[in-house]
Design a protein around this ligand. Structure first.
Ligand code: PMP
Length: 397
């Protein structure tokens, strides 16, 4: 009998893993499915970025191993962008590392930071790579439930000192997936100060920094003074440029953190595809022109969907960042049950809050990945689904 690792066993299967199969079955049966599940927008990457990729693929040098160094032009474009975007200077060689999507870096950082018994504080609901990397690296996850009470912020000062003493790593993500919360600068200052006091590495996951609305501008963690001592920040090409499947992001931080992550990754991968790095140069060098239309479209989607969902009786905030709506369910309606009913009976894919960890129960997530009209249609169907699910609940009682 083959025995698999206890670390693997500690990672539970995703509760709604069957969603893609149900969706395929419905589509094959002719159902008009609206997919607001994964954060993967329906618009393509910018045309000029696709053209650069096409040309790059023709160049045989781009088919070689990229290794961790990758394409110097990409490192230069990423550090130039950080200078323009945040006013921050990073050395492209020693303070930046290309990643195969930011998930790569988030999941591998714990291998560089944690020893057995070391704690990583994981916000929940949250991106599952945090707990995945922590558990696979042999660390001990401490789940911090994100709730409306704290504005979905991790309040480190509420954690017992004994826990903070054992904590080596904290994951934070603002603008947040899935709650769409944003972090005020004074919160980030407080948190960096606590991390410095306790020697905690702060993994600041920032893939949505450019998807912000109503004039809000999301900061880099490095705008906080002293952050370079403790933070590693993760950026992604996926969301701002719709390059999800191309798999490219980067980590930025002090040379010893970058070197440590580089060492881990040199044992498990050989770097992102060079042609994709070349295409990312076109994207980043033109970010100021390419991103505003995306934000304008997401704003239209957000406004249409928030209004329609409220009309249907759902309770939700209008978010100022990311590309998600985090929608509360009435007391007693299970998120997995609701999401399954909405999909099977009404052809709307959402993600149940519980899919982001037990603390996400009581909510579901809608990704703003389809047109305003489709989101309004989805809201109507979700309203009908809710009425039915509640009807069943009432009938049972
Ligand atoms: N962090 C968060 C919070 C995310 O939502 C995602 C993608 N959904 C990622 C990181 C990873 O993005 P990627 O690996 O595509 O860069």
């Amino acid at each position: 009998m083959i025995r698999l690792s206890q670390r693997l066993a500690a990672l539970k299967g995703y509760p709604m893993a069957e969603i893609p199969a149900i969706k395929r079955r419905l589509v094959e049966a002719g159902v008009d499915v609206i997919d607001t599940g994964p954060g993967d927008a329906d618009y393509p990457p910018p045309a000029e970025v696709i053209t650069t990729l096409q040309r790059a693929v023709e160049n045989p040098a781009m088919s070689k191993y990229g290794f961790q160094q990758g394409l110097p032009a990409f490192r230069r474009a990423a550090t130039d962008w950080m200078r323009r975007r945040f006013g921050l200077e990073f050395d492209p060689v020693t303070e930046l590392l290309p990643l195969i999507g930011s998930k790569d870096g988030l999941a591998h950082l714990p291998f560089a930071v944690l020893d057995p018994g070391d704690v990583a504080i994981i916000p929940e609901p949250g991106y599952q790579a945090y707990i995945g990397g922590t558990v696979l690296a042999g660390g001990e996850p401490y789940i911090y439930p994100l709730t409306a009470r704290t504005g979905f912020l991790v309040e480190l000062d509420e954690a017992p000192t004994e826990l903070l003493r054992r904590t080596r790593l904290l994951f934070l993500n603002y603008p947040n997936n899935p709650t769409a919360a944003i972090a005020p600068l004074d919160y980030l200052e407080r948190t960096v100060a606590t991390c410095r006091r306790h020697g905690i590495v702060l993994a600041y996951d920032n893939p949505y920094c450019d998807l912000t609305f109503d004039g809000y501008r999301a900061p880099s963690i490095f705008e906080v003074s002293g952050a370079r001592e403790v933070a590693v920040e993760f950026f992604s090409m996926s969301k701002s440029f719709s390059m999800t499947g191309w798999r490219l992001g980067w980590a930025a931080g002090a040379p010893h953190f970058i070197q440590a992550l580089n060492r881990v990754k040199s044992y498990v991968d050989t770097g992102p595809f060079l042609a994709v790095q070349q295409a990312a140069v076109t994207a980043l060098d033109n970010a100021e022109r390419l991103i505003p239309p995306v934000v304008a479209e997401l704003t239209r989607r957000r406004d249409a969907a928030v209004a329609a969902l409220r009309r249907e009786g759902f309770a939700l905030e209008s978010p100022r960042g990311a590309m998600y709506l985090w929608v509360a369910l009435p007391e007693g309606v299970g998120s997995a049950q609701f999401a399954r009913h909405a999909l099977e009976r009404h052809g709307v894919v959402t993600l149940p809050g519980v899919g982001f960890g037990p603390a996400g129960e009581g909510y579901f997530r809608i990704a703003l990945t389809v047109s305003p009209e489709r989101l309004v249609e989805a809201a109507g169907r979700l309203g009908a689904a809710l009425a039915e699910v509640r009807g069943v609940e009432v009938g049972v009682k």
